[in-house]
Design a protein around this ligand. Structure first.
Ligand SMILES: [Fe+2]
Length: 299
C-alpha cells in the first residue's frame, strides 16, 4: 500500500491512510509520511488504535522523542503512564481517578486551552507532536489547529518586513499567568526562565516561512512589555481567523500528528469533571534553535 492523503483543509490538514501504523514502517514509508507532513502540517489517521509502545515506535520514525512531562511540573511518582516518552493529556490522576476541580495538575493543564505550540518554552521547541485518542468525551474536547504558514503569507508586506529578525521570549509561566496560575514551586524556577525564538521562522525542510506564535510569549526583545503584548495579541487574532483554523473532533483510535514548526493548536472545553478524556502525546525534539539564546537560557 502507498500513503493516501485526503485533504480535509486544503494545504493544511489531510486524512492519512494506507499504512497500519501499529506495525513498524519501512524507511520509505516513513519518508512518505514526512513528505505528507511537509505538504500539509497536520495528518489525521482514523481507526488506528495504538498501545503506548506502538505509539513510541511509530513516533521514533521522525526523530528523537522528548521526555515531555518529566522535565515539567510532575514528579516521577505523580505519573500515571509508565513510559517517560508519553505525555499524559488526560484528566486522570496517577491512580486513574478523575482529577478534582482544584487539583493543581488540572489548573496547569487548562493552559492547553490557549493557542500554543508544544515546547516553545524550550530553546529547542518540538518538531512533530503525535496525539493518540484512547478515551474521548461524548461532547467537546476537540483540538483546533491553526496554519502559521498561511497566516504568515497573508500578512501585508510592511508587517512581514517589520517582524523579520524580531525575537520573542517564551515561558510556560507567561501562558499560565494568562489564566491566573502562578503556582510553579521554587524548584521549577529554571523551567520557567524565558527562552528566545524568532517570530518569523523558516521551516528546515520546506523552506516556507511561518509565524512562530504561542501563548507562551511574554515579550519581544527590545520592546516595552505592553507594546509587545498588544502586538502579539494582534498577530494571534490574525493567525487564528476561521480561514486558518481546522477543528478536529476526536474518535477513539485517532492518531493526529502535527508539525509545531508550522502550526498552533489548542484544546476546547469539555465536561472534564464528569467525563474522561484520555489522549497520549509523543513529541519529537526540535533539531535547531530559531534564535540565539540569552547566555543563561542556553541549553
Ligand atoms: Fe499542546
Amino acid at each position: 500500500m502507498t500513503l493516501q492523503l485526503k485533504p480535509l483543509h486544503p494545504g493544511f490538514v489531510a486524512e492519512a491512510s494506507g499504512y497500519d501504523i501499529s506495525k513498524p514502517l519501512t524507511a520509505e514509508q516513513a519518508a512518505e509520511v514526512d513528505r505528507g507532513m511537509d505538504e500539509y502540517g497536520v495528518l489525521v489517521w482514523r481507526d488506528q488504535p495504538l498501545t503506548d509502545e506502538q505509539q513510541v515506535v511509530f513516533s521514533r520514525n521522525f526523530g528523537e522523542l522528548e521526555q515531555t512531562l518529566i522535565g515539567q511540573m510532575q514528579s516521577a511518582d505523580e505519573r500515571r503512564l509508565k513510559l517517560v516518552e508519553l505525555g499524559d493529556i488526560s484528566n486522570l490522576d496517577a491512580k486513574g481517578g478523575m482529577r478534582a476541580r482544584d487539583d493543581n495538575r488540572r489548573m496547569y493543564a487548562l493552559g492547553n486551552r490557549l493557542w500554543h505550540t508544544d515546547a516553545s518554552f524550550r530553546a529547542l521547541g518540538a518538531g512533530y507532536s503525535l496525539l493518540s485518542a484512547r478515551i474521548v468525551p461524548s461532547k467537546g474536547g476537540n483540538t483546533e489547529f491553526a496554519d502559521m504558514r498561511a497566516a504568515y503569507e497573508a500578512l501585508d508586506d510592511g508587517t512581514k518586513a517589520e517582524i523579520e529578525g524580531m525575537i520573542t521570549e517564551h515561558s510556560i509561566a507567561f501562558s499560565r499567568a494568562q489564566l491566573g496560575f502562578a503556582d510553579f514551586g521554587a524548584e521549577n524556577a529554571d523551567k520557567i526562565r524565558p527562552v528566545r525564538h524568532s517570530l518569523a521562522r523558516t521551516h528546515p525542510s520546506t523552506g516556507r516561512k511561518s509565524l512562530y506564535l504561542a501563548s507562551h510569549i511574554g515579550g519581544i526583545v527590545g520592546w516595552p512589555v505592553p507594546e509587545a503584548l498588544a502586538f502579539i495579541r494582534d498577530l494571534m487574532e490574525h493567525a487564528t481567523q476561521p480561514r486558518f483554523v481546522h477543528s478536529h473532533a476526536w474518535r477513539v483510535g485517532d492518531l493526529v500528528m502535527w508539525d509545531n514548526r508550522a502550526t498552533m493548536h489548542r484544546a476546547t472545553r469539555f465536561r472534564d469533571l464528569e467525563e474522561v478524556r484520555d489522549l497520549r502525546r509523543t513529541s519529537i525534539r526540535g533539531t535547531a534553535l530559531t534564535a540565539e539564546q540569552a547566555p543563561v537560557a542556553a541549553e
